[in-house]
Every structure is written in structure tokens, then in C-alpha cells.
Design a protein around this ligand. Structure first.
Ligand code: ZN
Length: 166
């Protein structure tokens, strides 16, 4: 399982000026080993239930996706200036048009980092960082576990977020 470090240079055009940037991607190879597909119970907390499925199946690395509907939602927005999460509730019935996330480790336990997009009766969309407190009306999910190196979350100084230490 090789660790890859990609360093590349990109030219960004901003108006008439060309700015040279040095973004860097750090990534590792992972291999899908199993996919679990199912539904969550009416009234369940989406984030808690999906995390339970990970624990039950020893999924420490993976990806998750889901669609369905919620009775209410709790989502977060990270304020990059104050470096704090602002959570808000949507106390209404909404469609889950998309839920996508990953599974990794934090303090040795599987943790799901997921974002969700929800829509109302007129098709208006809301979205953000999925938090506990989002209640299932109906939910179908696919969870794929990966074989690979451990991805451990720890405090990132620059963003103050629990990012992957790699
Ligand atoms: Zn997030």
C-alpha cells in the first residue's frame, strides 16, 4: 500500500493577473472490500445509526451515501473566521436529495463525516455538515468499507478542524 504525495503547480487567472499557487494533495491508496446496503428505521437518528452500522461491522475506513426523507434536520456550518461550528435545526419534513460522507477514526473510534442536501416541497435546497439530531422518515443507505492504512483525525492548527493526520 504505497503512500503518494502529489505536489503540483497551477496557474490561476484572476482578472488580468496570473497568480502562481502551490496546492498539495496528500492521499493514500484504499481498496473497497465490502458494501452494506440497507435502510434505517423510521425515527432513527441518521448519524448515530450509520455510525452503529460501522461499529457493528468493524468499518474503520469507508464511504457512505444515502437518500430518503427526514422529519427534521440538524446541520452545521463552519465559520472560517471564528473557527467555530454554527449548528441550526430545520424542524420540518424534507427530502434527502443527497447524503455523502466518509468513515475514518477519531480517538480510535469510527467516525462519519457527512454532508447532506435536503429539499422542501418547492424544491428549495438546504445543506451542510450533518449533525446528530437529524431524524429519519425513511432512509436507504450504501456503506462501503475500505482496506487500507488508518486515517486518524486530529486537530489541524490552520483550520482548527479535526482533519486527517497524514
Ligand atoms: Zn463537514
Amino acid at each position: 500500500m504505497g503512500e503518494k504525495l502529489a505536489v503540483y503547480e497551477k496557474l490561476v487567472s484572476r482578472g488580468r493577473k496570473t497568480i502562481r499557487t502551490n496546492p498539495m494533495a496528500v492521499y493514500k491508496e484504499v481498496k473497497p472490500v465490502a458494501t452494506f446496503m440497507g435502510k434505517l428505521k423510521h425515527g432513527a437518528d441518521i448519524l448515530e445509526e450509520l455510525t452503529k452500522v460501522c461499529v457493528e461491522n468493524n468499518v474503520k475506513l469507508g464511504k457512505v451515501e444515502a437518500i430518503g426523507a427526514v422529519k427534521k434536520a440538524r446541520i452545521g456550518y463552519y465559520d472560517q473566521n471564528t473557527k467555530t461550528y454554527n449548528f441550526f435545526e430545520l424542524d420540518r419534513h424534507l427530502e434527502i436529495t443527497n447524503l455523502v460522507g466518509n468513515v475514518s477514526l477519531k480517538d480510535g473510534e469510527p467516525i462519519i463525516h457527512a454532508h447532506i442536501t435536503l429539499s422542501d416541497e418547492k424544491g428549495n435546497a438546504f445543506g451542510g455538515h450533518l449533525a446528530a439530531g437529524t431524524e429519519v422518515f425513511a432512509c436507504e443507505f450504501c456503506l462501503t468499507s475500505f482496506e487500507g492504512p488508518e486515517f486518524n483525525r486530529g486537530l489541524d492548527e490552520q483550520t482548527r478542524l479535526p482533519l486527517w493526520k497524514m
